[in-house]
Write a protein that binds this ligand. Structure first.
Ligand code: SAH
Ligand code: SF4
Ligand code: F3S
Length: 493
């Protein structure tokens, strides 16, 4: 069996280095505006079909939209059927071990398909590709994979695909060194909601988290590029834009020539004629008063803030290197609630961080009771190779971690249900997204606060704003009926 060592991958592959990532400094960030797909590649996909399977966060979902845009600019057609795909890409997530397990499980299934269809091009991209251990494992144990590339070079997809078609060996191109921003990439967006990157990477280095290594250092897109993109989306009729970054409050901190913050960006976007603007994710540490002021002006800024807390105990927060205390977080929440009394707050919480005692976990429970989140993503801590927390003594029995997660989820469900109950009888604005998954006579949509609402109505309302009267609040969704003023004829906003 040919081993990887015998082949010369050095020209493509700079293995990711955690040590280097941590040391990274203020290298110049270059913005490239000259992306194009060479003419000879615009027919590469004629008569062929592609399938991208996406794991992980919105950042990855949006990267997949970019790759879909590139595939279609090369003449490929989309398919959801593995059997008829000529190219399959797995856009992977490395955030927790179970995310990685899913991908390796899928690779197992695809091996059979690849044996039946040797011409199938099979690629692995996304955050797992930025991990040294994963790349080595694929190169040695999953040699049927044709292509591996990372998060910093998705703009190279056309070239890499071409190499995968014409070369005999696995094409591996993973850049550990980031720094560049590539504008003008084609994007395939569907529906009425759009994602817009405002920045890439993360420099927070929370001790449990792999993202600063898989996504590289923080770099902000120029505000004029972001604003032009949002304006264009408004022109195309999109109803909602979500601004994306791992830590949007750090937006602009890397600009050397101007002072322009996330609050400035939000203030400028507030003036654009797009009905709803969301953002994710904001880090509590840098959430400043100016931003609260801009959000309190409302307009297209919705009354929902996702504000990950991770833990309610200051010592655990310190061990996580979150750089805020329980008290600081609670003060921030109080300030936000004063400025926006009907704000809906949601969060992310990790249970079972190394050394978390029962008392420390109870602090998380009491913080949840105090803040009263409408919902939350909750996770059992998962050690990630190379992160500082992975070297800490992880001495909490798995069973105890599971019990904590269950108790936390029960509490969140109770609070979420009570919060929804308050909406009974109220009329809310809903952006209709489509038919409900289980009943074609029922439509589903979202409130400004991102709550899922189901109500009976005609398909003609899809993509429109309607007023819905809440009749039956549930725990994770709400049932309602069209309010009189939203009779179909009037609902064409
Ligand atoms: N940038 C965002 C989070 C991105 S990751 C932020 O800072 O809020 C999404 C969530 O995954 C995190 O908020 C955290 O709760 C969880 N997470 C990250 N690393 C984890 C790990 N090693 N184990 C368990 N959960 C983790
Ligand atoms: Fe990870 Fe922390 Fe960065 Fe969020 S802020 S991506 S949790 S390192
Ligand atoms: Fe996962 Fe990468 Fe997002 S690790 S959560 S896909 S940034």
């Amino acid at each position: 069996m040919a081993t990887v060592k015998e082949k010369d991958y050095s020209q493509y592959f700079q293995p990711p280095s955690y040590a280097d990532a941590k040391k990274r400094g203020k290298e110049d960030i270059k913005v490239h505006y000259d992306f194009s797909i060479p003419e000879e590649m615009q027919r590469l996909g004629a008569g062929k079909k592609y399938l991208i399977r996406t794991y992980g966060c919105q950042m990855n979902e949006h990267d997949s939209e970019t790759m879909k845009g590139m595939f279609e600019a090369m003449g490929y057609e989309p398919t959801e059927d593995k059997q008829e795909a000529d190219v399959i890409l797995l856009n992977t997530c490395a955030i927790r071990e179970n995310a990685e397990d899913k991908v390796f499980g899928e690779l197992g299934h695809l091996k059979t398909l690849k044996t039946q269809k040797p011409n199938l091009v099979l690629g692995v991209c996304g955050c797992m590709s930025q991990e040294e251990g994963v790349v080595n494992r694929i190169m040695t144990k999953h040699q049927f994979v044709d292509l591996i590339f990372g998060t910093h070079n998705i703009h190279r997809l056309p070239k890499l695909l071409q190499e995968a078609y014409f070369g005999k060996e696995m094409v591996v191109e993973v850049w550990s060194k980031e720094g560049d921003i590539v504008e003008n990439l084609p994007k395939k967006r569907e529906g009425m909601k759009a994602w817009v990157n405002i920045m890439y990477g993360c420099d927070k280095f929370c001790t449990y988290c792999i993202v600063p290594y898989t996504r590289g250092k923080e770099r902000s897109r120029r505000h004029e590029d972001v604003i032009a993109e949002v304006r264009e989306l408004a022109r195309q009729g999109f109803k909602e834009v979500t601004l994306l970054g791992q830590n949007v409050n750090a937006y602009g901190k890397d600009f050397e020539d101007i002072r322009y913050t996330f609050a400035d960006l939000m203030r400028d976007i507030q003036k654009i004629d797009i009905p709803r603007i969301r953002f994710t994710t904001s880090h509590p540490r840098d959430f400043d008063d100016h931003l609260i002021e801009v959000l309190a002006n409302r307009g297209n800024m919705v009354e929902h803030i996702h504000l990950p807390v991770q833990s309610g105990n200051t010592d655990i927060l310190k061990k996580m290197s979150r750089k805020y205390s329980r008290e600081h977080y609670l003060e921030l929440v109080a300030k936000i609630k004063r400025a926006i009394p009907d704000v809906v707050l949601t969060t992310d919480i990790i249970v079972g961080f190394p050394g978390e005692t029962d008392e420390q976990f109870e602090d998380t429970m009491s913080l949840v009771r105090e803040v009263r989140y409408d919902s939350a993503f909750t996770f059992i801590y998962s050690p990630r190779e190379g992160t500082p927390a992975a070297a800490m003594l992880d001495d909490i029995p798995e069973q105890l971690k599971k019990e904590r997660l269950l108790r936390l989820n029960d509490l969140l469900a109770e609070i979420g249900r009570e919060a929804n109950e308050k909406l009974r009888g109220q009329t809310v604005e809903v952006l209709v997204e489509g038919e409900s998954k289980t009943n074609p006579d029922v439509l589903s949509g979202r409130t400004r606060t991102n709550k899922l609402v189901h109500f009976p109505g005609p398909k003609s309302l899809i993509g429109k704003f309607v007023q819905v009267k809440i009749t039956e609040p549930m725990t994770w969704f709400i049932k309602g009926e069209l309010a009189a003023e939203s009779a179909p004829a009037a609902a064409n906003m």
